[in-house]
Design a binder for this molecule. Structure first.
Ligand code: SAM
Length: 257
């Protein structure tokens, strides 16, 4: 899986101009060996609170650190908070989905297992997997210059999905019986949600009972057109469409040109 090639890094320190942020061992290796940065070269650091800082690289013996120069405007935030609950899919497709969702601005990912999922989560392996998934997400966030990391939740069951709170809750379902609503009409009827939850199925999709259960608890069942998309395509398409819709509908920032 492609690894990071960016000079943008996430740090745990809330630092002010003039202050020094220590880099981890892995970040030091990245700055020194991968990016081959010199003393005084400029990197961007995000502290996961929404702040983006420009900082100069300093080397103190074997360790790298970043001296904060100034805060810069964060242009990476989406107009609404996007939550993706995604039925577990196999191997590389899952990794791809994590990376692309991070690039498209997802705030939170909730993996779930439903009746037609072929992927099962085994407890003894899940902790290692979550560490690896977080690494993929962090690298994608750094590469696309986000100011906040994606929150990755532990895998849940299908029945737990109905308890997730959001201003607008959607389940993506291919329109075989013409009962799904058109996405743009659902969005038009919800002009300014703060938090949008979208549930997308795995390779095997949903059973009719599962779809009924979520619609009965207030989810809108939406179609993405007359073609059956792969799960990762459906998630990417939904994220992009929702962000595009609310970004176009939203107010422009005063300093946007
Ligand atoms: N074989 C499955 C079936 O027929 O139920 C297809 C599942 S599809 C590969 C994976 C998921 O992507 C679906 O559960 C759904 O959430 C989403 N999806 C795919 N195409 C879609 C469409 N045209 N509209 C809405 N959602 C779609």
């Amino acid at each position: 899986f492609p690894t990071r090639r960016s000079s943008d890094l996430f740090v745990n320190t809330l630092a002010m101009p003039g202050e020094l942020i220590p880099m981890t061992k892995e970040q030091t290796h990245h700055i020194r060996r991968v990016m081959r940065m010199q003393q005084g070269d400029v990197i961007r650091v995000a502290d996961n609170s929404g702040r983006v800082l420009l900082a100069e690289v300093e080397y103190h013996q074997e360790e790298a650190a970043a001296r904060v120069v100034r805060e810069v405007r964060d242009r990476s935030r989406t107009s609404v908070e996007l939550i993706l609950a995604q039925g577990m899919i196999k191997g590389e497709k899952w990794d791809y989905l994590l990376q692309k969702s991070a690039e498209l601005g997802v705030a939170e990912i909730i993996p779930f297992v439903s009746s037609r999922c072929v992927v099962k989560i085994k407890d003894e392996k899940s902790e290692k997997k979550i560490v690896r998934w977080n690494k993929i997400l962090c690298e994608a966030c750094e590469q696309c210059k986000r100011s906040t990391l994606v929150r990755l939740q532990p895998p849940c069951t299908f029945s737990q999905l109905s308890q997730i709170d959001a201003d607008l809750r959607l389940i993506a379902y291919e329109d075989a019986d013409c009962k799904s609503e058109r996405l743009c009409e659902v969005l038009r009827a919800h002009p300014s949600p703060k938090r949008v939850l979208m549930v997308v199925g795995s390779e095997g999709g949903f059973s009719a009972d599962e779809v009924e259960a979520l619609t009965a608890s207030g989810f809108h069942r939406v179609s993405l057109g007359g073609r059956i998309l792969r799960a990762e395509t459906a998630a990417i398409s939904l994220l992009n469409s929702i962000e595009f819709y609310y970004d176009m509908a939203g107010e422009k920032d005063e300093d946007d040109i």
